[in-house]
Design a protein around this ligand. Structure first.
Ligand code: E4P
Length: 247
């Protein structure tokens, strides 16, 4: 069974997860992470009760204009779930040193490393010591297989950046889902990153991704529907005409 999902001029065959009982799948829900280092946005969105974690990257921290460690501490105080903080060293030894320093900031810090051989080595050492690791900048199914074999807690495939190249980012999510479900020992969570639209989120849920990290503007759009607005306006107009009040 497959769906044809329109995406601009392209379309992709997305196979939904329809046999959950037969695959040993233990996912209870899709987790929502918010993809920003803007503390005010995080505080505001966390109040909806929908934010299970946060992802940051060096570009988002730079955009905040604030000190990385200060921002990280504040975010970890607001959101008790995993908060990804990315190393900026590119060699194993310094990635490890940076990762260990960032992990000391709060117990819910997840260390983000790039999908390079040094990053994978660092991932193995950190996860063996009990630190959660998010392997980021994943653009192929083979890279995702390596991340899982390195013991990653999360792998971050970037769907929007693949779409930007005229490729189909969601196909990568589908491939990774299949590969991880083929092997019982691969328990890395698929964290869909570089989400640009509400449609990306829907497709990620149809495929059965574990986590989506969502830009604040996209997260806010999820509850919006013009028929909801119109329907509510009509109900309220009729209610007013009735002259009644509940309280
Ligand atoms: C994820 O962890 C990344 O920070 C993010 O999703 C990248 O998104 P972009 O491709 O829109 O920059």
């Amino acid at each position: 069974m497959s769906y044809t999902v329109p995406h601009g001029m392209r379309s992709a065959k997305i196979t939904p997860r329809v046999h959950m009982m037969n695959t040993g799948n233990t996912r209870q829900t899709m987790k929502f992470f918010v993809d920003t280092a803007d503390v005010d946005e995080i505080r505001d969105l966390a109040a909806t009760g929908m934010v299970d974690g946060v992802t940051t990257n060096p570009s988002l921290v730079a955009k905040s204009g604030r000190d990385f460690i200060d921002v990280l501490k504040e975010i970890c105080d607001i959101v008790p779930g995993p908060v990804s903080a990315e190393v900026t060293a590119t060699d194993h030894e310094n990635m490890l040193a940076e990762g260990r320093k960032l992990a000391e900031v709060a117990p819910n810090v997840t260390i983000k490393v790039p999908l390079t051989w040094d990053g994978l080595k660092t991932c193995r050492v950190l996860t063996s010591a009990g630190t959660q690791v998010n392997v980021t900048l994943c653009f192929s199914a083979n890279q995702a297989l390596l991340a899982a074999k390195a013991g990653a807690t999360f792998v971050s495939p970037f769907v929007g950046r693949l779409d930007d190249l005229g490729l189909e980012g969601m196909e990568l999510i589908s491939e990774i889902r299949t590969i991880y479900d083929n092997y019982a020992a691969l328990d890395t969570q698929i964290l869909v990153a570089s989400i640009r639209s509400t449609n990306h989120l829907k497709q990620a849920a149809l495929i059965g991704a574990d986590v989506s990290t969502i830009p604040p503007a996209v997260l806010r759009k999820l509850a919006h529907h013009t028929l909801t607005d119109q329907g509510l306006a009509a109900f309220l107009a009729d209610w007013q005409k009735s002259g009644q009040a509940i309280l």
